[in-house]
Design a protein around this ligand. Structure first.
Ligand code: F6R
Length: 596
């Protein structure tokens, strides 16, 4: 996730473009850049770090048209070379891009053969070289020709030396047009523009726009013009930063369909370099803390089921106390921030023990990427709420992809099962959206359980870790004591804690654990505890056993933690709202824990 802006009008552009860009910093902050167009020059400045760093290095740049970018790296480290905008070999065009191009390697090879000089490791740079090659008399037709050759997601804005115009387009990455008086804008998000205009045109996929100081022309990728009236936006600036959501956590919960989509983009065909996975290890050890540890627990079930490789999951801070074994497991370190001290220490210990390591992280260039032999990025975009939500779900995606790849290498998957898994993964964004569409039902349930002092979360098999994660979200956000348990263990002690004041959330989906889960629900209701069951759509039976029921779409049981955790994230969020908790910054905890 990156942020892009563009401005063209009768005023000096530099300060306006930077002001808009600052409001997009929540979308990425590892590097930034600006390109300005004046009568006879195209000036470019970029730097590593937050936008403030770029600003501190800028001299006055002339021009009334400019584009800028704040980056959240997905291809190539956060360096000045990899920062946007990119310019072509002749310095005629500049371009900013948010998204992921899936065919950039092929395009790059062809362009290099034609003599183009690349200055970055990014996928985005191919676009500006393609533009140089594109036929057409004007910028608009050249951009359209460039886009016809690209696959993947994009929001782009392009400028040309000596022209007060911007061509912008989108496919699967957000882009809006701001309509002003004798000036017009494009941006990734309304947030960037509200200080200057509240007249917004939302572009849809495969739509493009040409803005000049006096006009806005909308067209499709074949160049066919269309009309759309601007909408008047009534948000204030603070609302806008969260795209109108009251909290970042809720925004990030709702971003999950998109985050999953981005995480899958271009990866289901198994083209990534995976030499490390072909090595002859006989077991896997997954390490992580908190939510990342829970993703690792789900990962154990996924990997064992799809690859038959024995897998254990351990809390990072405990790893050093476990004995060194003769076999050297492949060690998978999961950390969304890439900076958690316990997981970094565990990764170092794993290497000291002679193990090869894979990092699953959301932050390009973070410390874990320097510790590990191989890195898988989760592409969830920056997560600002302290409670991990979209990063957890995309960690699961990374684990499904890892298991799928290992299954192919070890030949443990029939082609039919592989096909089913791939189509199951492709459906996940839609499945999660359907859970989100029912958020108001979960909100109503939260009112009922808001006074609980303590809640239990129970599940079996893959959904035992889902119950742990549901409990963690509840305790950290709503301050209700949440306890996750394997459902079969309740009778070995914790039943003593149950009473009519202790709600129990029971994950009870239509799989081989169903009958046993019903038995566990009976045990609970016999102690008069109210049960909130999370089951599968179409199940009419569950309401006979449970006081309340949340139903999520049926998926292959392997994927069931995904829709279920989204429902439990919403439950935790609405419980916290009911209890007046601060949500995005819960007491006593930090987003990134850099001490052991
Ligand atoms: C819970 C949460 C924490 C983190 C843990 C590890 O919502 O966010 O439990 O999961 O601190 O952080 P990372 O994944 O950055 O290593």
């Amino acid at each position: 996730m990156c942020g892009i802006v563009g401005f063209t009008g009768d005023r000096d552009a530099q300060e306006i473009v930077l002001d808009c860009l600052r409001r997009l910093e929540y979308r990425g902050y590892d590097s930034a850049g600006i390109a300005m167009i004046s009568k006879d020059a195209l000036t470019l400045r970029k730097s590593v770090g937050e936008i403030a760093v770029l600003e501190s290095q800028l001299e006055k740049m002339p021009g009334r048209t400019g584009i800028a970018h704040t980056r959240w790296a997905t291809h190539g480290k956060p360096t000045t070379e990899n920062a946007h905008p990119f310019v072509d070999c002749k310095g005629e065009y500049a371009l900013v891009h948010n998204g992921i191009l899936t065919n950039y390697m092929q395009l790059k090879e062809q362009l290099v053969k034609k003599g183009h000089k690349f200055t970055s490791e990014t996928d985005s740079e191919v676009l500006v070289h393609l533009l140089e090659e594109a036929p057409g008399q004007d910028l608009k037709s050249k951009v359209l020709s460039m886009l016809r050759q690209t696959e993947g997601s994009y929001a782009i804005a392009v400028v040309q030396k000596g022209h007060d115009e911007i061509i912008a387009a989108r496919n699967e990455s957000p882009l809006v047009v701001g309509v002003g008086h004798d000036e017009n804008f494009v941006a990734s998000d309304v947030t960037a523009l509200l200080k200057h205009t509240n007249e917004i045109i939302y572009l849809l996929d495969k739509e493009a726009v040409r803005i000049t100081p006096r006009g806005v022309e909308l067209f499709d990728l074949n160049g066919k013009a269309f009309e759309r009236e601007p909408k008047k936006i009534s948000w204030n600036l603070e609302d806008a930063e969260r795209s109108g959501y009251p909290h970042f956590m809720l925004k990030e919960i709702f971003e999950q369909p998109r985050a999953i989509h981005e995480s899958l983009l271009g990866r289901l065909d198994g083209q990534e370099d995976d030499a490390l996975l072909k090595e002859q290890f006989t077991s896997i050890k997954i390490l992580g803390c908190g939510t990342s540890y829970h993703a690792g627990l789900v990962g154990k079930y996924i990997i064992e089921e799809l690859t038959k490789i024995p897998t254990t999951t351990q809390i990072s801070s405990e790893y050093r106390y476990s004995p060194v074994t003769e076999s050297k497991p492949l060690v998978v370190c999961i950390t969304q921030s890439g900076e958690t001290a316990d997981t970094l220490a565990a990764a170092r210990e794993a290497r000291r023990r002679g193990c090869k390591t894979i990092a699953i992280t959301n932050v390009l260039g973070s410390a874990i990427t320097r510790e590990a032999d191989y890195v898988v990025y989760t592409r969830a975009g920056p997560e600002i709420g302290v409670a991990a939500t979209k990063t957890f779900v995309t960690q699961l995606i990374a684990l499904y992809l890892l298991a799928l790849r290992l299954g192919a290498i070890r030949n443990t998957l029939s082609s039919e099962r592989r096909r089913d898994i791939i189509s199951g993964m492709r459906a996940l964004p839609r499945i999660v959206q359907s859970v989100l569409n029912d958020a108001s039902k979960i909100e109503a349930l939260a009112k009922k359980y808001k006074c609980a002092q303590s809640m239990f979360f129970i599940g079996r098999h893959l959904n035992y870790p889902t119950s742990l994660e549901g409990a963690l979200k509840t305790k950290e956000i709503s301050y209700i004591h949440g306890e996750g348990y394997p459902a079969g263990e309740l009778k070995h002690g914790p039943l003593a804690l149950l009473s009519k004041d202790t709600p129990v959330v029971a994950i009870c989906i239509a799989d081989h654990t169903y009958e046993k889960m019903l038995g566990n629900i009976r045990e609970v209701t016999a102690r008069e505890s109210p049960v909130l069951a999370v089951g599968t759509e179409g199940n009419q039976d569950l309401s006979k056993y449970a006081e309340e029921v949340i139903l999520v779409p049926e998926v292959d049981p392997l994927f069931s933690p995904v829709p279920i955790i989204v429902a439990l994230q919403l439950l935790a969020y609405y419980l916290a709202i009911e209890r007046g908790c601060p949500i995005d910054k819960p007491r006593n905890i930090a987003k990134t824990v850099t001490v052991e």
